[in-house]
Design a protein around this ligand. Structure first.
Ligand code: LRH
Ligand code: MN
Length: 429
Protein backbone atom coordinates (compact mmCIF):
# COMPACT_ATOMS: atom_id res chain seq x y z
CA UNK A 1 0.00 0.00 0.00
CA UNK A 2 1.22 3.53 -0.79
CA UNK A 3 3.30 5.37 1.80
CA UNK A 4 3.14 9.10 2.30
CA UNK A 5 5.47 10.88 -0.19
CA UNK A 6 7.87 12.21 2.48
CA UNK A 7 9.16 10.99 5.85
CA UNK A 8 7.92 13.06 8.80
CA UNK A 9 11.59 13.56 9.76
CA UNK A 10 12.27 15.30 6.45
CA UNK A 11 9.50 17.81 7.19
CA UNK A 12 10.65 18.16 10.81
CA UNK A 13 14.22 18.94 9.66
CA UNK A 14 12.91 21.60 7.28
CA UNK A 15 10.65 23.15 9.93
CA UNK A 16 13.49 23.20 12.45
CA UNK A 17 15.30 25.64 10.15
CA UNK A 18 12.26 27.93 9.91
CA UNK A 19 10.46 27.71 13.24
CA UNK A 20 12.33 30.53 15.04
CA UNK A 21 11.52 33.10 12.35
CA UNK A 22 7.93 31.87 12.07
CA UNK A 23 7.39 32.05 15.83
CA UNK A 24 8.75 35.60 15.88
CA UNK A 25 6.46 36.67 13.01
CA UNK A 26 3.47 34.93 14.58
CA UNK A 27 3.97 36.54 17.97
CA UNK A 28 4.46 39.99 16.41
CA UNK A 29 1.28 39.59 14.38
CA UNK A 30 -0.46 38.28 17.48
CA UNK A 31 0.36 41.48 19.34
CA UNK A 32 -0.79 43.66 16.42
CA UNK A 33 -4.09 41.78 16.08
CA UNK A 34 -4.45 41.78 19.86
CA UNK A 35 -4.49 45.57 19.78
CA UNK A 36 -7.55 45.22 17.50
CA UNK A 37 -9.20 42.83 19.89
CA UNK A 38 -8.53 39.86 17.59
CA UNK A 39 -7.21 36.60 19.12
CA UNK A 40 -4.68 35.25 16.62
CA UNK A 41 -5.02 31.68 17.96
CA UNK A 42 -8.75 31.87 17.26
CA UNK A 43 -8.06 32.78 13.63
CA UNK A 44 -5.47 29.99 13.44
CA UNK A 45 -8.08 27.52 14.68
CA UNK A 46 -10.45 28.59 11.91
CA UNK A 47 -7.65 28.20 9.36
CA UNK A 48 -6.91 24.70 10.68
CA UNK A 49 -10.54 23.81 10.00
CA UNK A 50 -10.46 25.00 6.40
CA UNK A 51 -9.84 22.50 3.60
CA UNK A 52 -10.30 22.09 -0.11
CA UNK A 53 -10.20 19.44 -2.83
CA UNK A 54 -7.63 19.06 -5.58
CA UNK A 55 -8.56 18.29 -9.22
CA UNK A 56 -6.75 15.23 -10.56
CA UNK A 57 -6.84 16.76 -14.04
CA UNK A 58 -4.62 19.63 -12.91
CA UNK A 59 -1.76 17.42 -11.64
CA UNK A 60 -0.45 17.12 -15.19
CA UNK A 61 0.47 19.99 -17.48
CA UNK A 62 -2.52 21.66 -19.08
CA UNK A 63 -2.59 23.33 -22.44
CA UNK A 64 -4.62 25.24 -24.91
CA UNK A 65 -6.00 24.32 -28.31
CA UNK A 66 -2.68 25.49 -29.65
CA UNK A 67 -0.38 23.25 -27.66
CA UNK A 68 0.41 21.51 -24.42
CA UNK A 69 4.02 21.25 -23.18
CA UNK A 70 4.35 18.26 -20.83
CA UNK A 71 7.05 18.18 -18.15
CA UNK A 72 9.17 15.13 -17.41
CA UNK A 73 7.77 13.24 -14.44
CA UNK A 74 4.20 14.44 -14.73
CA UNK A 75 1.57 11.83 -13.80
CA UNK A 76 0.37 9.41 -16.46
CA UNK A 77 -2.42 7.60 -14.59
CA UNK A 78 -4.74 7.96 -11.60
CA UNK A 79 -2.26 6.33 -9.23
CA UNK A 80 0.50 8.85 -10.06
CA UNK A 81 -2.06 11.69 -9.88
CA UNK A 82 -3.03 10.56 -6.37
CA UNK A 83 0.65 10.45 -5.37
CA UNK A 84 1.11 14.06 -6.50
CA UNK A 85 -2.06 15.12 -4.67
CA UNK A 86 -0.61 13.39 -1.59
CA UNK A 87 2.46 15.64 -1.90
CA UNK A 88 0.25 18.75 -1.84
CA UNK A 89 -1.73 17.43 1.14
CA UNK A 90 1.30 16.27 3.16
CA UNK A 91 2.98 19.68 2.78
CA UNK A 92 -0.07 22.02 2.93
CA UNK A 93 -2.37 20.01 5.27
CA UNK A 94 -5.27 21.86 3.64
CA UNK A 95 -6.08 19.61 0.67
CA UNK A 96 -7.26 16.25 2.14
CA UNK A 97 -9.67 15.50 -0.70
CA UNK A 98 -9.38 14.79 -4.42
CA UNK A 99 -11.99 15.39 -7.12
CA UNK A 100 -11.97 12.76 -9.88
CA UNK A 101 -13.08 13.19 -13.48
CA UNK A 102 -14.49 10.31 -15.53
CA UNK A 103 -13.51 8.68 -17.78
CA UNK A 104 -10.13 10.46 -17.43
CA UNK A 105 -9.61 8.80 -13.99
CA UNK A 106 -11.05 5.39 -14.86
CA UNK A 107 -9.65 2.52 -12.74
CA UNK A 108 -10.20 -1.23 -12.62
CA UNK A 109 -10.84 -1.42 -8.86
CA UNK A 110 -12.39 1.55 -7.05
CA UNK A 111 -12.35 -0.16 -3.65
CA UNK A 112 -8.57 -0.54 -4.00
CA UNK A 113 -8.32 3.05 -5.27
CA UNK A 114 -10.19 4.25 -2.18
CA UNK A 115 -7.79 2.31 0.07
CA UNK A 116 -4.80 3.67 -1.87
CA UNK A 117 -6.03 7.23 -1.33
CA UNK A 118 -6.77 6.62 2.36
CA UNK A 119 -3.17 5.42 2.82
CA UNK A 120 -2.12 8.83 1.49
CA UNK A 121 -4.53 10.53 3.91
CA UNK A 122 -6.81 11.49 1.01
CA UNK A 123 -10.57 11.25 0.61
CA UNK A 124 -12.79 11.92 -2.41
CA UNK A 125 -14.83 15.06 -3.00
CA UNK A 126 -17.31 15.52 -5.86
CA UNK A 127 -16.91 13.29 -8.91
CA UNK A 128 -17.13 14.94 -12.34
CA UNK A 129 -18.87 13.52 -15.38
CA UNK A 130 -17.71 14.25 -18.92
CA UNK A 131 -20.19 14.57 -21.73
CA UNK A 132 -18.17 17.23 -23.52
CA UNK A 133 -15.83 14.75 -25.26
CA UNK A 134 -16.60 11.66 -27.32
CA UNK A 135 -15.10 8.45 -25.99
CA UNK A 136 -13.56 5.84 -28.31
CA UNK A 137 -16.25 3.34 -29.30
CA UNK A 138 -19.09 5.48 -27.99
CA UNK A 139 -22.39 4.80 -29.78
CA UNK A 140 -23.43 8.46 -29.98
CA UNK A 141 -21.45 11.72 -30.35
CA UNK A 142 -21.82 14.77 -28.12
CA UNK A 143 -20.93 17.12 -30.95
CA UNK A 144 -24.44 18.60 -30.87
CA UNK A 145 -24.80 18.49 -27.11
CA UNK A 146 -25.35 15.94 -24.43
CA UNK A 147 -27.96 16.37 -21.67
CA UNK A 148 -29.52 19.13 -23.75
CA UNK A 149 -29.15 17.43 -27.11
CA UNK A 150 -32.17 17.22 -29.43
CA UNK A 151 -31.43 13.51 -30.03
CA UNK A 152 -33.06 11.36 -27.31
CA UNK A 153 -30.46 8.59 -27.73
CA UNK A 154 -27.64 11.06 -27.12
CA UNK A 155 -29.34 12.33 -23.95
CA UNK A 156 -29.87 8.74 -22.79
CA UNK A 157 -26.16 8.00 -23.27
CA UNK A 158 -25.23 11.11 -21.29
CA UNK A 159 -27.67 10.20 -18.51
CA UNK A 160 -26.20 6.67 -18.29
CA UNK A 161 -22.67 8.09 -18.01
CA UNK A 162 -23.66 10.38 -15.16
CA UNK A 163 -25.36 7.50 -13.35
CA UNK A 164 -22.19 5.43 -13.80
CA UNK A 165 -20.23 8.31 -12.20
CA UNK A 166 -22.59 8.26 -9.21
CA UNK A 167 -22.06 4.50 -8.80
CA UNK A 168 -18.26 4.95 -8.86
CA UNK A 169 -18.53 7.87 -6.46
CA UNK A 170 -20.55 5.79 -3.99
CA UNK A 171 -17.69 3.23 -3.89
CA UNK A 172 -15.14 6.02 -3.39
CA UNK A 173 -17.11 7.73 -0.61
CA UNK A 174 -17.92 10.87 -2.62
CA UNK A 175 -21.07 12.81 -1.72
CA UNK A 176 -21.61 14.86 -4.85
CA UNK A 177 -21.66 14.76 -8.64
CA UNK A 178 -20.54 17.84 -10.54
CA UNK A 179 -22.21 18.24 -13.93
CA UNK A 180 -20.73 20.71 -16.38
CA UNK A 181 -21.96 20.46 -19.97
CA UNK A 182 -20.63 22.55 -22.85
CA UNK A 183 -24.01 22.24 -24.62
CA UNK A 184 -25.02 25.29 -26.63
CA UNK A 185 -24.89 26.79 -30.10
CA UNK A 186 -22.59 28.71 -32.41
CA UNK A 187 -25.21 30.36 -34.61
CA UNK A 188 -28.31 32.46 -33.87
CA UNK A 189 -31.31 30.25 -34.59
CA UNK A 190 -29.30 27.04 -34.26
CA UNK A 191 -30.95 26.15 -30.92
CA UNK A 192 -34.27 27.06 -29.25
CA UNK A 193 -33.14 28.44 -25.90
CA UNK A 194 -36.22 27.27 -23.99
CA UNK A 195 -36.63 23.82 -25.51
CA UNK A 196 -32.89 23.19 -25.00
CA UNK A 197 -33.13 24.07 -21.29
CA UNK A 198 -36.30 21.96 -20.98
CA UNK A 199 -34.42 18.98 -22.44
CA UNK A 200 -31.45 19.57 -20.13
CA UNK A 201 -33.68 19.73 -17.03
CA UNK A 202 -35.71 16.68 -18.08
CA UNK A 203 -32.52 14.65 -18.67
CA UNK A 204 -30.83 15.89 -15.49
CA UNK A 205 -33.91 14.98 -13.47
CA UNK A 206 -33.27 11.32 -14.37
CA UNK A 207 -29.74 11.70 -12.97
CA UNK A 208 -31.17 13.50 -9.92
CA UNK A 209 -33.55 10.58 -9.27
CA UNK A 210 -30.53 8.25 -8.89
CA UNK A 211 -28.75 10.41 -6.29
CA UNK A 212 -28.35 8.82 -2.84
CA UNK A 213 -30.21 10.77 -0.12
CA UNK A 214 -27.06 12.31 1.32
CA UNK A 215 -25.65 13.40 -2.05
CA UNK A 216 -25.72 16.72 -3.90
CA UNK A 217 -25.88 17.44 -7.61
CA UNK A 218 -23.61 20.42 -8.39
CA UNK A 219 -24.60 22.28 -11.56
CA UNK A 220 -21.71 24.28 -13.03
CA UNK A 221 -22.58 27.27 -15.20
CA UNK A 222 -20.25 28.76 -17.82
CA UNK A 223 -20.80 31.76 -20.09
CA UNK A 224 -19.22 30.29 -23.22
CA UNK A 225 -16.74 27.70 -24.68
CA UNK A 226 -16.95 25.33 -26.32
CA UNK A 227 -20.14 26.98 -27.61
CA UNK A 228 -19.61 30.53 -28.74
CA UNK A 229 -23.15 31.93 -29.34
CA UNK A 230 -25.25 30.41 -26.53
CA UNK A 231 -24.69 27.94 -23.68
CA UNK A 232 -27.61 26.14 -22.04
CA UNK A 233 -26.33 26.67 -18.47
CA UNK A 234 -24.57 29.97 -19.20
CA UNK A 235 -24.98 31.81 -15.92
CA UNK A 236 -26.08 31.54 -12.31
CA UNK A 237 -29.65 32.38 -13.27
CA UNK A 238 -29.99 29.40 -15.61
CA UNK A 239 -28.20 27.19 -13.10
CA UNK A 240 -30.45 28.30 -10.22
CA UNK A 241 -33.57 27.87 -12.39
CA UNK A 242 -32.53 24.29 -13.16
CA UNK A 243 -31.54 23.52 -9.56
CA UNK A 244 -34.85 24.80 -8.19
CA UNK A 245 -36.81 22.71 -10.71
CA UNK A 246 -34.71 19.58 -10.03
CA UNK A 247 -35.06 19.50 -6.25
CA UNK A 248 -33.38 20.31 -2.93
CA UNK A 249 -30.27 18.17 -3.57
CA UNK A 250 -29.42 20.26 -6.65
CA UNK A 251 -27.07 23.15 -5.95
CA UNK A 252 -25.07 25.64 -8.03
CA UNK A 253 -21.28 25.43 -8.41
CA UNK A 254 -19.42 28.68 -9.05
CA UNK A 255 -16.28 28.32 -11.20
CA UNK A 256 -14.61 31.73 -10.83
CA UNK A 257 -13.46 31.65 -14.48
CA UNK A 258 -16.89 31.09 -16.00
CA UNK A 259 -18.10 34.69 -16.01
CA UNK A 260 -17.61 37.69 -18.25
CA UNK A 261 -14.68 39.90 -17.19
CA UNK A 262 -15.54 42.15 -14.20
CA UNK A 263 -18.74 40.35 -13.27
CA UNK A 264 -19.40 40.79 -9.53
CA UNK A 265 -18.91 37.12 -8.59
CA UNK A 266 -19.04 37.81 -4.84
CA UNK A 267 -22.60 39.12 -5.30
CA UNK A 268 -23.53 35.90 -7.15
CA UNK A 269 -22.16 33.98 -4.15
CA UNK A 270 -24.35 36.05 -1.79
CA UNK A 271 -27.43 35.51 -3.99
CA UNK A 272 -26.99 31.73 -4.24
CA UNK A 273 -26.30 31.39 -0.49
CA UNK A 274 -29.43 33.48 0.26
CA UNK A 275 -31.64 30.80 -1.35
CA UNK A 276 -29.64 27.85 0.01
CA UNK A 277 -28.32 26.84 -3.41
CA UNK A 278 -24.63 27.59 -3.10
CA UNK A 279 -23.16 24.09 -3.51
CA UNK A 280 -19.51 24.70 -4.24
CA UNK A 281 -16.65 26.42 -5.97
CA UNK A 282 -14.03 25.78 -8.61
CA UNK A 283 -11.29 28.15 -7.58
CA UNK A 284 -8.94 29.59 -10.21
CA UNK A 285 -8.21 33.02 -11.63
CA UNK A 286 -8.54 34.67 -15.02
CA UNK A 287 -7.90 37.91 -16.89
CA UNK A 288 -9.78 37.38 -20.12
CA UNK A 289 -11.78 34.10 -20.49
CA UNK A 290 -11.82 30.76 -18.74
CA UNK A 291 -8.06 31.03 -18.34
CA UNK A 292 -7.89 28.56 -15.40
CA UNK A 293 -4.91 30.42 -13.95
CA UNK A 294 -3.65 29.93 -10.39
CA UNK A 295 -6.12 31.08 -7.73
CA UNK A 296 -5.34 34.55 -6.46
CA UNK A 297 -2.62 35.10 -9.06
CA UNK A 298 -4.47 37.81 -11.03
CA UNK A 299 -7.19 39.15 -8.72
CA UNK A 300 -6.51 38.14 -5.08
CA UNK A 301 -8.87 40.89 -3.89
CA UNK A 302 -11.82 39.21 -5.66
CA UNK A 303 -10.97 35.94 -3.88
CA UNK A 304 -10.97 37.86 -0.57
CA UNK A 305 -14.34 39.44 -1.39
CA UNK A 306 -15.79 36.01 -2.20
CA UNK A 307 -14.68 34.74 1.22
CA UNK A 308 -16.05 37.92 2.82
CA UNK A 309 -19.48 37.04 1.39
CA UNK A 310 -19.10 33.45 2.61
CA UNK A 311 -18.17 34.66 6.12
CA UNK A 312 -21.06 37.15 6.07
CA UNK A 313 -23.52 34.47 4.92
CA UNK A 314 -22.19 31.99 7.48
CA UNK A 315 -22.60 34.60 10.26
CA UNK A 316 -26.15 35.31 9.07
CA UNK A 317 -27.41 31.75 8.37
CA UNK A 318 -24.98 29.03 9.49
CA UNK A 319 -25.24 26.14 7.06
CA UNK A 320 -23.32 23.36 5.32
CA UNK A 321 -19.92 24.46 4.00
CA UNK A 322 -19.87 24.64 0.22
CA UNK A 323 -17.54 22.25 -1.62
CA UNK A 324 -14.24 24.09 -1.99
CA UNK A 325 -12.37 22.69 -5.01
CA UNK A 326 -9.58 23.94 -7.22
CA UNK A 327 -10.01 23.75 -11.02
CA UNK A 328 -6.96 25.05 -12.84
CA UNK A 329 -4.83 24.35 -15.90
CA UNK A 330 -1.10 24.55 -15.31
CA UNK A 331 0.39 25.36 -18.70
CA UNK A 332 3.79 26.79 -17.68
CA UNK A 333 4.52 25.74 -14.05
CA UNK A 334 5.13 22.50 -12.20
CA UNK A 335 1.51 21.57 -11.39
CA UNK A 336 2.40 20.61 -7.81
CA UNK A 337 3.98 24.04 -7.21
CA UNK A 338 0.88 25.75 -8.61
CA UNK A 339 -1.43 23.63 -6.44
CA UNK A 340 0.70 24.42 -3.36
CA UNK A 341 0.78 28.14 -4.18
CA UNK A 342 -2.95 28.25 -5.02
CA UNK A 343 -3.89 26.41 -1.84
CA UNK A 344 -1.90 29.02 0.10
CA UNK A 345 -3.72 31.85 -1.74
CA UNK A 346 -7.15 30.36 -1.05
CA UNK A 347 -6.45 29.63 2.64
CA UNK A 348 -4.99 33.14 2.99
CA UNK A 349 -8.13 34.74 1.47
CA UNK A 350 -10.22 32.74 3.96
CA UNK A 351 -7.95 33.86 6.85
CA UNK A 352 -8.10 37.54 5.83
CA UNK A 353 -11.90 37.37 5.66
CA UNK A 354 -11.89 35.94 9.21
CA UNK A 355 -10.14 39.14 10.37
CA UNK A 356 -12.98 41.42 9.22
CA UNK A 357 -14.66 43.32 12.08
CA UNK A 358 -18.26 42.56 11.00
CA UNK A 359 -19.79 44.82 13.64
CA UNK A 360 -17.76 47.77 12.38
CA UNK A 361 -18.73 46.85 8.81
CA UNK A 362 -22.44 46.59 9.59
CA UNK A 363 -22.33 49.78 11.67
CA UNK A 364 -20.76 51.74 8.82
CA UNK A 365 -23.23 50.23 6.33
CA UNK A 366 -26.17 51.16 8.55
CA UNK A 367 -24.75 54.69 9.04
CA UNK A 368 -24.35 54.95 5.22
CA UNK A 369 -20.60 55.56 5.67
CA UNK A 370 -19.10 54.07 2.48
CA UNK A 371 -15.50 54.91 3.39
CA UNK A 372 -15.56 53.27 6.81
CA UNK A 373 -17.45 50.27 5.39
CA UNK A 374 -14.72 49.83 2.78
CA UNK A 375 -12.01 50.37 5.41
CA UNK A 376 -13.50 47.59 7.54
CA UNK A 377 -12.68 45.24 4.65
CA UNK A 378 -9.40 46.87 3.68
CA UNK A 379 -8.01 46.71 7.27
CA UNK A 380 -8.38 42.92 7.11
CA UNK A 381 -7.22 42.55 3.51
CA UNK A 382 -3.89 44.28 4.04
CA UNK A 383 -2.88 41.97 6.92
CA UNK A 384 -0.12 39.53 5.94
CA UNK A 385 -1.66 36.31 7.27
CA UNK A 386 1.12 34.01 6.03
CA UNK A 387 2.43 33.45 9.58
CA UNK A 388 -1.02 32.25 10.71
CA UNK A 389 -1.39 29.95 7.69
CA UNK A 390 2.16 28.57 8.11
CA UNK A 391 1.75 28.02 11.88
CA UNK A 392 -1.53 26.14 11.35
CA UNK A 393 0.15 24.06 8.65
CA UNK A 394 3.24 23.34 10.74
CA UNK A 395 1.16 22.30 13.76
CA UNK A 396 -0.78 19.90 11.50
CA UNK A 397 2.46 18.24 10.37
CA UNK A 398 3.00 20.23 7.19
CA UNK A 399 6.00 22.20 5.94
CA UNK A 400 6.51 25.83 6.93
CA UNK A 401 7.82 26.80 3.45
CA UNK A 402 6.02 24.40 1.11
CA UNK A 403 7.72 25.48 -2.15
CA UNK A 404 11.22 25.44 -0.63
CA UNK A 405 10.59 21.97 0.81
CA UNK A 406 9.13 20.68 -2.47
CA UNK A 407 12.04 21.98 -4.55
CA UNK A 408 14.61 20.64 -2.07
CA UNK A 409 12.82 17.24 -2.10
CA UNK A 410 13.67 16.56 -5.76
CA UNK A 411 10.24 14.92 -6.12
CA UNK A 412 9.73 15.92 -9.78
CA UNK A 413 13.25 14.87 -10.85
CA UNK A 414 12.76 11.53 -9.11
CA UNK A 415 9.41 11.04 -10.86
CA UNK A 416 10.98 11.94 -14.18
CA UNK A 417 13.19 8.88 -13.71
CA UNK A 418 10.33 6.62 -12.63
CA UNK A 419 7.40 7.71 -14.84
CA UNK A 420 7.00 7.22 -18.58
CA UNK A 421 7.08 10.44 -20.59
CA UNK A 422 3.81 12.05 -21.59
CA UNK A 423 3.36 12.69 -25.31
CA UNK A 424 2.99 16.14 -26.79
CA UNK A 425 -0.63 17.15 -27.24
CA UNK A 426 -3.17 19.90 -26.92
CA UNK A 427 -5.94 20.74 -24.44
CA UNK A 428 -6.35 19.82 -20.78
CA UNK A 429 -5.59 16.07 -20.96
C1 LRH B 1 -15.20 23.51 -17.69
C2 LRH B 1 -14.59 23.07 -16.39
C3 LRH B 1 -15.36 21.96 -15.69
C4 LRH B 1 -14.53 20.73 -15.86
C5 LRH B 1 -13.51 21.10 -16.81
C6 LRH B 1 -12.22 20.38 -16.64
O1 LRH B 1 -14.52 24.62 -18.20
O2 LRH B 1 -14.40 24.17 -15.56
O3 LRH B 1 -15.39 22.15 -14.33
O4 LRH B 1 -15.20 19.60 -16.06
O5 LRH B 1 -13.33 22.48 -16.68
MN1 MN C 1 -14.74 24.06 -13.44
Amino acid sequence: MADKPFLPEQIADHNARHIAALTDEYEALGRALGRRGIDIDGVKAKVSGFSLALPTWATGRGGTRFAKFPIPGEPTNIHEKLADCAVVQQLSRAAPRVSLHFPWDGASDYVALREEAEAYGLGFDAVNSNTFQDQPGAEHSYRSGSLGAADTAVRAQAIRHNIDCIEIGKTLGSKALTVWVGDGSNFPGQQDFTRALDRYIEATSEIYSRLPDDWQLLLEHKMFEPAFYSTIISDWGSSLMAAQELGPKAKCLVDLGHHAPNVNIEQIVARLHRVGRLGGFHFNDSKYGDDDLDSGSINPHQLFLVFNELAEAEARVPGPTPAYMIDQSHNVTDPIESLLSSTESIVSAFAKAALIDRDALHDAQDRDDPMMAFQALRRAYRVDVSAIVAMARMEAGGAIDVLEFYRDSGWRARKAQERKPVGLGAGIV
